[in-house]
Design a protein around this ligand. Sequence first.
Ligand SMILES: C[S@@+](CC[C@H](N)C(=O)[O-])C[C@H]1O[C@@H](n2cnc3c(N)ncnc32)[C@H](O)[C@@H]1O
Length: 256
Amino acid sequence: MHTPPALGSVALVGAGPGDPELLTLKALRRLEAAQVVVHDHLVGAAILDMIPVGVERIYVGKKASHHTLPQEEISALLLRLARAGKRVVRLKGGDPFVFGRGGEEMETLLAAGITVEIVPGITAALGAGAAFGFPLTHRDHAQSCVFVTGHLKDHSVNLDWPALARPQQTLVFYMGMAGLDTIVTQLQAHGLAPDTPAALIYKATLPEQRLWRSTLAELPDTARRHGVKPPALIVIGSVLRLAAMAPRLPEAPALW
Ligand SMILES: C[S@@+](CC[C@H](N)C(=O)[O-])C[C@H]1O[C@@H](n2cnc3c(N)ncnc32)[C@H](O)[C@@H]1O
């Protein structure tokens, strides 16, 4: 009689913002024990190098609007691998549950009876604050911090602007470069001061990392002048003033 293979398992693992030293010990252990690693483009070479030789790697990378594999197919691939009895690591940039679609993958797998483990990672906003020396909250500057997606399915940015434009708050937009003009226009229209400190942060925690200082009103111009491309964060709020104290910041005009 034919016995079906025992079901495998999937660990949804956060690889952190880029610096391999920011990988958690648990993430490293899961990579070392994996039989297959399914990864995307935000996971850098230094982290992929930690996967033992002989472990199968499957690239399912995604860049905004250049999908290598549609999300449903990624979930279906994970399901197929787990049903074939494999110990699968689904490795994602940052944290799998922060704008990482880890929730959708988890739902598909759990619905099929597959064991899923979540291994958190350091999300890009936390990596950026640490790399450039600004806190996300501070008693004198921000009592709350909001992580926002700047990328919606139909390329529009339709957010709760009155809530986002509140004072004493740090805003971190992920995937916001394409919607930058709308973000800046809407925040100002809802009352956020044009001279609010703002920054564009590219590849935080990696050797190529850059921070461009700006103000809310000047952000689109800053982005165009420097040709800022994803992966980048848009950070808005007066906590950024503390970044000016960080020794590693390049020379920049004293905007804030
Ligand atoms: C699909 S989201 C994934 C976020 C990820 N799950 C996390 O927790 O950081 C991709 C976006 O994250 C941001 N991002 C990821 N890594 C970054 C980094 N090292 N520096 C700046 N932004 C980054 C960019 O806004 C990029 O477009």
